[in-house]
Write a protein that binds this ligand. Structure first.
Ligand code: G1P
Ligand code: ZN
Length: 544
């Protein structure tokens, strides 16, 4: 019999999970005694962990291993019957989602702060996913938060650390620990969806790709899939070893943080295709030779070409995009005569539509795309989807995108992030905008006329749940849009995001630089929000 200890603890007041779980500075976890334990005990209490089977893994960032050991010992003490844990504690977010679904477990715990930097001065996070494989809905995360507020003790077994470096099965008391290969099940799923033979033939024909894993979790997945199985030459995957601090990199696949890849793709002898994923493997960025594919366009292009891919050859049930994502996807849905849903930011809203068989494919402007194969966005899946299309079409990335614009029109799109603003200043901008909304409607500002201005709210068509305060939208008569939103995932100050969109049906006007094409709208956004006056910032931190 194992000695189960009940350790007295006291609540912290800041353990409210956001859109992507509990995300804090690593220091908060390291220096506050019981901070991790309190949150995990609260999860176990809310789901009544006794007798359950759970998946456990993370993106390998600093504190991952320590946290895994604590969680395993707490799971045993809380009567969990089986834990499926990734070898060496590694599992990407989409891989966890797949394993939860495939083995019909009762959920899973993912240790990651996604695309935020790692290390002692970086961020750490905990996500709880439910049996459908997706992030827990608010009703559960709220219950977890409530539990953290009056926690008195946590349960743990007092044993030395266990070895999870080998693929074995062992017991901690009555709990079975199954150390699983992080990659195998995921590869099998990708093989069911995509034509590996066609993609292999593409690589054989001399097609060159560089995939930057940014020293994060997707390295082992990418080496196995792109190099070992699809036959891309060694070295196709760069920065392929998951490192605790991501080698000092910011593991966010965008134009600012995946700098080396962007420079390579802009060089004279660039590969044909460039791609990257984030810390936990759910985001993706794709690039052609000297060509950046905007994520909103990418989702639309995947939807438009889905019939070329074996996993979607039967057609799409419907599609969905988050509200700030450009409406390029809507144009495709119209042509395919399938429904398109506009949801609040965050993947859980898509999960509900997928569970009800209302959509097959979905995505967000923030480098996230996915389908009903799992209940998370999926970086490598997105890249394989592109490779499959490239193999079928035998055209360059730029040609595929430009032909798409020619057929559907181009939605010029950009996101401007103002990071690390003082929280009250950011709030002031939003409050100012909210009071301004009624007076905006019908107003002519420069060349643009406001059609409608409101705050976005959503009622989930499946379960009737309401989501309020999901961003401010200013919609113009010509289809252009300005969206203002506060980030729910930052860990320092506030991040204000401004999303700018303009539709251009005329193909001779489709090859402008997007910042140039959106210039007037960007000025209008600054003007009506009084951003500069309130925050003293005159330019964004990140432009996508
Ligand atoms: C950001 C993205 C959002 C995404 C989330 C999790 O959230 O904007 O689309 O779902 O990360 O990856 P935000 O910081 O904007 O709340
Ligand atoms: Zn992520």
């Amino acid at each position: 019999m194992l000695n189960i200890e009940e350790i007295a603890t006291h609540p912290f007041d800041d353990q409210k999970p956001g859109t992507s779980g509990l995300r804090k500075k690593t220091r908060v976890f390291e220096t506050n005694k019981n901070y991790l334990e309190n949150f995990i005990q609260s999860i176990f209490d809310v789901i009544d962990a006794s007798g359950k089977t759970l998946v456990l893994g993370g993106d390998g960032r600093y504190f991952n291993n320590q946290a895994i050991q604590v969680i395993l010992k707490m799971a045993a003490a809380n009567g969990v019957s089986q834990m499926l844990v990734g070898q060496n504690g590694i599992l990407s977010t989409p891989a966890v989602s797949n394993i939860i679904r495939k083995y019909e477990t009762d959920g899973g715990i993912i240790l990651s702060a996604s695309h935020n930097p790692g290390g002692p001065d970086g961020d750490f996070g905990i996500k709880f996913n439910i049996p459908n494989g997706g992030p827990a809905p608010e009703i559960i995360t709220n219950a977890i938060f409530e539990a953290t507020k009056d926690i008195q003790f946590y349960k743990i077994v007092n044993i030395p650390d266990v070895d999870i470096s080998q693929l074995t099965t062992f017991s901690i008391g009555d709990m079975l620990v199954n150390v699983i290969d992080p990659v195998t099940d995921y590869v099998e799923l990708m093989r069911q969806i995509f034509d590996f033979d066609a993609i292999s033939a593409l690589f054989k024909s001399g097609f060159k790709m560089t995939y930057d894993a940014l020293n994060a979790v997707t390295g082992p997945y990418a080496v196995e899939i792109f190099e070992n199985q699809l036959g891309a030459p060694r070295g196709t995957v760069v920065n392929s070893t998951p490192l605790p601090d991501f080698g000092g990199k910011h593991p966010d696949p965008n134009l600012t943080y995946a700098k080396e890849l962007v420079e390579l793709m802009n060089s004279e002898d660039s590969p044909d295709f460039g791609a990257a994923s984030d810390g936990d493997g759910d985001r993706n960025m794709v690039l052609g030779k000297k060509f950046f594919v905007n994520p909103s366009d990418s989702i639309a292009i995947l939807a438009a070409n889905a019939s070329l891919v074996k996993g979607y050859a039967k057609g799409l049930l419907g599609v969905a995009r988050s509200m700030p994502t450009s409406s390029a996807l809507d144009k495709v849905a119209e042509k395919l005569k399938i429904p398109v849903y506009e949801t609040p930011t965050g993947w859980k809203f898509f999960g509900s539509l997928m569970d009800a068989d209302m959509i097959t494919l979905c995505g967000e402007e923030s480098f996230g795309a996915g389908s009903n194969h799992v209940r998370e966005k999926d970086g490598i899946w997105s890249i394989l989807f592109w490779l499959n299309i490239l193999a079928q079409k035998q055209q360059s990335v730029a040609d595929i995108v430009q032909n798409h614009w020619r057929q559907f029109g181009r939605n010029y799109y950009s996101r401007h992030d103002y990071e690390g603003i003082e929280v009250d200043k950011a709030q002031q901008v939003m409050t100012h905008l909210l009071t301004l909304l009624p007076s905006l409607e019908g107003q002519k500002i420069g060349n643009y006329e406001v059609l409608k201005a409101d705050e976005f709210s959503y009622i989930d068509p499946v379960n009737g749940e309401r989501a309020e305060h999901q961003g401010i939208r200013v919609l113009f008569k010509d289809g252009s849009r300005l969206i203002f939103r506060l980030s729910g995932t930052g860990t320092q100050g506030a991040t204000l995001r401004i999303y700018i969109e303009k539709y251009e049906p005329d193909f001779v006007k489709q090859n402008r630089d997007s910042q140039e094409a959106l210039k007037e709208l960007i000025e209008i956004a600054k003007e009506i929000s009084q951003l500069q006056e309130i925050t003293c910032r005159d330019r964004p931190t990140v432009i996508t």
